[in-house]
Design a protein around this ligand. Structure first.
Ligand SMILES: Nc1ncnc2c1ncn2[C@@H]1O[C@H](COP(=O)(O)OP(=O)(O)OP(=O)(O)O)[C@@H](O)[C@H]1O
Length: 647
């Protein structure tokens, strides 16, 4: 095959451009990225070799070797290597959907001068970081089990070349032809200096499970047959290969010997994070199943946590040997934000990943970990409210989704999670637990009142809120569409039912309310015709028109029938392109409002008059607006209001 030239994919080009022009100042992490890729490639080969020993070609001493030279730094591994298709696929395109977001973030970071954040690692564009320090990158690689080797080369401009070549050993060798600022004694960042390189390995790659080696040339006088130095002989050069990393996986060490900084560093390097974790769990268990787990709750939720491209899951190891990344079957989906790893001698390396994921041991470990995490969260909620609220701000949504999605999957997440939920309260504008709400309920109060809306102000302005405020009844604000789903899944807490103030009968428990309700019912009877005729004018848009006893100073409001979704839920479904679930809307009119008297007069003058009809339609549109929904025909609404104002 003659040398071929290929164009990089547009996004790769953009990324390379950013790398070449070094907008990212923390150049040194390129080494960590390349070592990490080499280690991944060895992991892959090792995994393959468990079922196909021949693939190793007799080379069982896994190693990542670093060779600095005058102007180059070479990183070699004896991992899986790449064939032609792999090269084009992996080093010519960026298949990851996160890359676009990465580019945006990188620009943002550049604008805000916060380039210290480890964005490159976070978004996994590792290989291309080589172009921060190298003018040209050459990759010589041969896939284990295949004969043909290839040379890939690029100068970080728009193209790369590919040609066939010879490579006796399988694996990948990456030669960085360093830029002039990155070699030589005069350089501040000399990546050919052995001290610098070994320092970087210690700093970033100490945990890598395979030896990272470098040859050191030492000069020594020769020794005689008795092992004594021959003093007058000239010095001889000796090459000594040293391993630069300690290779001991952090999680295998004793908890008491590990410093918080070591955990944090490990977390960042292993999981490509740039922020300290907010919680660390390090547990060792023996008994029915033996395992060590090192789990983390990241400092903040990733931007795509709730999108389908987010890949949840823990890393799996067996006796410190990597089995797989992103194993989803350990933790329930509502803990999708937890990162970490599990190392267990009880997990068999020799069965397929599919079978492994269904294994009894894995399920047992998963259940234990889930319990552990929930226990820690409950303890944090009790002992360190500020910390818990920070957790809640990042991951609360995930737990709320867990509460109701459990209904679909048949898991009872409600009991597990209901005491970990927080809702904003009308009492003090602060977050409260359901236990706290119930604990401070007024004497005789039977229900947990909640209201749905887009923000606090919208709920506070709801006409129904006035009655509850007057009675000093606490209302929980449901500001996120998932809140209401969660509440529906819970149903009741401590024997107290949830009750939406914007749905069904307000149904307050005090005598005053009951008396007013009775009055309203009598009034409704005597105005039966009026209500029927209003309904007739508005038509099918509402299921019913009633007199309200939930309104104090407001004239109208729209409520949903108790059976069925609320109006907020209907809107959430509509926003998610699922207009199937419709609330049964009920228009409620305040009989104590002057407007009601006017309606009665207009109706008495003739139910077919244009004025009566206009009033009815405007009433409905107003009620819609109060729910934050636009009238069906905003122009007609505005025209009618204008006409009335002009009268
Ligand atoms: N030394 C190597 N040996 C074999 N394949 C490699 C090597 N280096 C890179 N690759 C291949 O190139 C791909 C792209 O590497 P890159 O560092 O850009 O991203 P990544 O390693 O997949 O992501 P992340 O950095 O998040 O781990 C890798 O997924 C791997 O398939």
């Amino acid at each position: 095959m003659a040398k071929e030239t290929f164009e990089f994919q547009a996004e790769t080009k953009q990324l390379l451009d950013l790398m070449v022009h070094s907008i990212y100042t923390n150049h040194e992490i390129f080494l960590r990225e390349l070592i990490s890729n080499a280690s991944d490639a060895i992991d892959k080969l090792h995994y393959e070799s468990l079922t196909n020993r021949d693939i190793l070609e007799g080379d069982t001493a896994f190693e990542i070797h670093l060779t600095p030279d005058a102007h180059t730094l070479t990183i070699s591994d004896n991992g899986l290597g790449m064939n032609k298709e792999d090269l084009v696929q992996n080093l010519g395109t960026i298949a990851k959907s996160g890359t676009k977001a990465f580019l945006e973030k990188l620009k943002e970071a550049q604008d805000s001068d916060s380039t210290d954040k480890d964005l490159i690692g976070q978004f996994g564009v590792g290989f291309y970081s080589a172009f921060m320090v190298a003018d040209t990158v050459t990759v010589v690689t041969r896939k284990a089990g295949e004969k043909q080797a290839y040379k890939w080369e690029s100068s970080g401009d728009g193209t790369y070349s590919l040609e066939e070549c010879e490579k006796p050993k399988h694996g990948t060798t990456i030669i960085l032809h360093l830029g002039k600022d990155f070699y030589g004694d005069k350089s501040e960042e000399n990546y050919t200096d052995q001290m610098t390189i070994s320092g970087l390995v210690k700093k970033y790659s100490d945990y890598i499970r395979y030896p990272i080696t470098m040859d050191y040339v030492t000069k020594e006088k020769p020794k005689d047959a008795d092992g004594k130095t021959i003093e007058d002989a000239p010095e001889e050069e000796k090459v000594e290969t040293r391993t630069l990393n300690s290779m001991q996986p952090l999680w295998t060490r004793n908890k008491s010997d590990i410093k918080p900084e070591e955990y944090k560093d490990f977390f960042k390097h292993q999981f490509y994070e740039w922020e300290d974790p907010m919680e660390i769990f390090h547990t060792k268990a023996e008994g029915a199943v033996e395992y060590t787990a090192l789990l983390f709750i990241p400092g903040s939720a990733p931007f795509n946590l709730y999108y389908t491209d987010y890949e949840a899951g823990l890393q799996l190891y067996s006796r410190h040997v990597f089995i797989m990344d992103k194993c989803k079957d350990l933790l329930p989906d509502y803990l999708r934000f937890v990162k970490g790893l599990v190392d267990s001698p009880d997990l068999s390396l020799n069965i397929s990943r599919e079978l492994l994921q269904q294994s009894r041991e894995l399920k047992l470990i998963g259940r234990n970990l889930e319990k552990n995490i929930l226990k820690t969260l409950a303890r944090t909620l009790e002992k360190d409210r500020a910390k818990y609220e920070k957790f809640w701000a990042e991951y609360g949504k995930s737990l709320k989704i867990g509460v109701y999605s459990g209904m679909m999957t048949g898991e009872n997440n409600v009991d597990k999670l209901k005491d970990l939920l927080l809702f904003m309260s009308s009492k003090d504008g602060k977050l409260c637990t359901l236990k706290e709400y119930v604990g401070r309920m007024k004497d005789g109060q039977q229900k947990i009142y909640f209201a749905t809306g887009k923000d606090r102000a919208a709920i506070d302005a709801m006409p129904q809120m006035e009655l509850l405020r007057d009675r000093d009844l606490e209302v929980l604000y449901m500001l996120d569409p998932v809140d209401e789903f969660a509440v529906q899944a819970i149903g009741e807490y401590d024997g107290k039912k949830f009750h939406s103030i914007s749905q069904g009968d307000l149904d307050l428990d005090d005598d005053e309310y009951k008396e007013e309700k009775k009055k309203a019912e009598d009034l409704a009877k005597s105005n039966e015709d009026l209500l029927k005729d209003i309904k007739e004018v508005i038509g099918d848009k509402v299921a019913d028109v009633r007199l309200s006893n939930r309104l104090k100073s407001g004239a109208v409001c729209l409520v949903a029938d108790a059976a069925g979704p609320s109006i907020a839920m209907e809107q959430a479904f509509a926003a998610a392109n699922n207009p199937m679930l419709k609330a049964r809307r009920i228009l409620e009119i305040n009989p104590n409002h002057d407007l009601f008297g006017r309606l009665q007069t207009l109706h008495a003058a003739g139910k077919d008059s244009q004025d009566f009809k206009d009033y009815c339609k405007l009433l409905y549109d107003q009620a819609l607006l109060l729910e934050g929904i636009l009238p069906d025909d905003p122009a007609a609404f505005a025209n009618k209001v204008a006409q009335m104002m002009a009268k």
